[in-house]
Write a protein that binds this ligand. Structure first.
Ligand SMILES: Cc1cc2nc3c(=O)[nH]c(=O)nc-3n(C[C@H](O)[C@H](O)[C@H](O)COP(=O)(O)OP(=O)(O)OC[C@H]3O[C@@H](n4cnc5c(N)ncnc54)[C@H](O)[C@@H]3O)c2cc1C
Length: 498
């Protein structure tokens, strides 16, 4: 039979059409306009998995309201290091998105980003005390200087009327308020970046194309085998650099690439659901992202929050996420994803991570068993007057938490994102979920530094500074620089600056 396989040769292959591939693709094309890029996506449009608006919470994670980024240490002090790092990363994303807007590479800023206050809300004496300590610790950090704190019922009612309405006034509650938070439609932003990329010479995008195999040849180039899901045709492409930005599908592709750096990695899928408000009057009453404390055993990304959203020009309101368990690694994936990912080199880390995370397992089992009444009860902790007829259940995106080999050979469950790169810089893969899309620009800058030796050239350095004026510098310790950057990006992205 004649070989009908289609063959091509390109400089870069991006696997998956989510926000990570979009960000890397646009950055590389700006750095080197002559670069040839092929993008392969198994679904029929971009941003159809985690990056789509309803599949994530759309929070521009800046650590303003997410309490899991500021743990209380055994000595009672509050750790702010991680919060500062996330806040700085978000400022990098704001700079990159401002560059895209100024250059006319993406749609209008109001199509993908809006200002919205970020609020943390707790109840009970102990939690209120923690929140006050967190506020005092963060107030010393320049990027958080605008944060306000209150235990006053009237003040909290002004910040979040829906959350305080119907609440017992004798109950101790506390909140912090950050006026400069954001809601981001990552799906719109991603599609906008791909629309721009597809218009560029040297960029080809293939939808309904699933990457099946990756193999490094003796020349150092990668040979990638792809199946056209529309007609079953096979395609092979050779490239010196491949980025696996396949979201939940990344782990299986890393295993197929079979690089030593990938040994011992496993994945733990956590699915999610939201309650979506259908009552316009209720939606209009809320204008904030209000994050609470996670319950015992809950993974950090399952912190409950009641969130105003702006999706396709419509104001929306969601509460959640309710976690769940499914063996799928992608929302549009297969129930065999988890069993198929278990290999000789990760079976021990995966079993050990399961054994050491029994509270998480118990939490997920409890979540899966929740009835509609149980869900409503949880919602009423945040919206005391909630009525079941005003809310419907919506399935969120699928997350695959990273399991890593620990020093003792056992497994450690991680809740962040992790970039694994081959030592020769020819392959990079992004695993994990949080803080995710908000920090996509910083993640990709780091990846470019590791994998592209041209990144040290004067030309690339100058372009990187044009895209990200603060490139290579920290911001929290430079008040003048961070104030200037925030003001400029607020103007371009049409965001509140105070
Ligand atoms: C419930 C939930 C809430 C979240 N909330 C937030 C939030 O508030 N703020 C925030 O910043 N982040 C949030 N995140 C995280 C954020 O959504 C992700 O970090 C981000 O979208 C990941 O982008 P990605 O490009 O890596 O993956 P994805 O957007 O999932 O894209 C991967 C793409 O790869 C494709 N693919 C998979 N396998 C293959 C293959 N073999 N061949 C070809 N294509 C393939 C998939 O179809 C998909 O289109 C949340 C995530 C979830 C699930």
């Amino acid at each position: 039979m004649p070989d009908t396989t289609l063959r091509s040769e390109t400089d870069v292959v991006l696997i998956g059409a989510g926000i990570m591939s979009a960000t890397l693709g646009v950055m590389l094309k700006e750095l080197n306009p002559n670069i040839k890029i092929e993008i392969y996506e198994r679904l029929d449009h971009a941003a159809a998995e985690s990056s789509d608006a309803w599949n994530n919470a759309g929070t521009g994670h800046s650590a303003f309201c997410e309490l899991n980024y500021t743990p209380e240490l055994p000595d009672g002090t509050i750790e702010t290091k991680k919060a500062v790092k996330i806040a700085e990363s978000f400022e990098v994303s704001r700079q990159f998105w401002s560059y895209l807007v100024q250059k006319g590479l993406v749609s209008k800023p109001e199509d993908f980003i809006r200002s919205i206050p970020h609020v943390s809300f707790v109840w009970g004496d102990e939690n209120a005390e923690y929140l006050q300590k967190r506020f005092e610790a963060l107030s010393k950090e320049h990027l958080f200087a605008q944060m306000q704190f209150s235990t006053d019922f009237a003040q909290q009612s002004q910040w979040m009327p829906l959350v305080m309405e119907g609440r017992d006034k004798s109950e101790k509650t506390a909140a912090t308020f950050m006026p400069i938070g954001t809601d981001v439609n990552f799906g719109e932003l991603t599609r906008s970046m791909f629309n721009h990329l597809m218009e560029q010479d040297g960029v080809t995008m293939f939808f309904n194309h699933e990457v099946r195999q990756l193999k490094q040849t003796e020349s150092g180039k990668w040979k990638i085998t792809i199946k056209d899901l529309a007609n079953g045709a096979k395609r092979k492409v050779r490239t010196p650099f491949v980025f696996i930005g396949a979201g939940g599908g990344s782990l299986r592709l890393l295993e197929k690439a079979d690089i030593p750096e990938g040994n011992g990695y496993g994945g733990f899928p956590v699915s999610g659901q939201w309650l979506k408000c259908t009552n316009k009057e209720v939606i209009e009453k809320h204008f904030a992202k209000v994050y609470g404390l996670a319950s015992v055993g809950a993974p950090p990304m399952s912190v409950p929050h009641i969130d105003s959203r702006m999706i396709d020009g419509q104001k929306a309101l969601l509460f959640g996420p309710y976690a769940g368990f499914s063996t799928k690694f992608l929302k549009n994936g297969s129930y065999l994803d988890l069993p198929a990912s278990i290999q000789l080199n990760n079976v021990i880390p995966m079993l050990s991570a399961g054994f050491h995370n029994l509270p998480l397992t118990k939490y997920l089992i409890d979540q899966v068993r929740q009835s509609p009444e149980d869900r409503l009860e949880t919602l009423r902790d945040y919206v005391p007057n909630a009525k079941s007829e005003d809310w419907e259940l919506e399935t969120a995106g699928q997350r695959v938490q990273v399991i890593k080999k620990g020093k003792d050979g056992g497994g450690v469950l991680e809740f962040g994102t992790e970039v694994v790169t081959k030592e020769d810089g020819s392959l990079a893969v992004l695993l994990g979920a949080s803080p995710g899309a908000s920090t996509s620009a910083s993640i990709m800058l780091e990846l470019i530094k590791k994998c592209f030796k041209e990144s040290n050239s004067a030309e690339w350095q100058a372009k990187l500074k044009e895209m990200i004026p603060s490139y290579g510098q920290t911001l929290n310790d430079k008040p003048d620089l961070s104030d200037r950057i925030r003001k400029e990006t607020a103007e371009i992205l049409k965001l509140a600056n105070s």
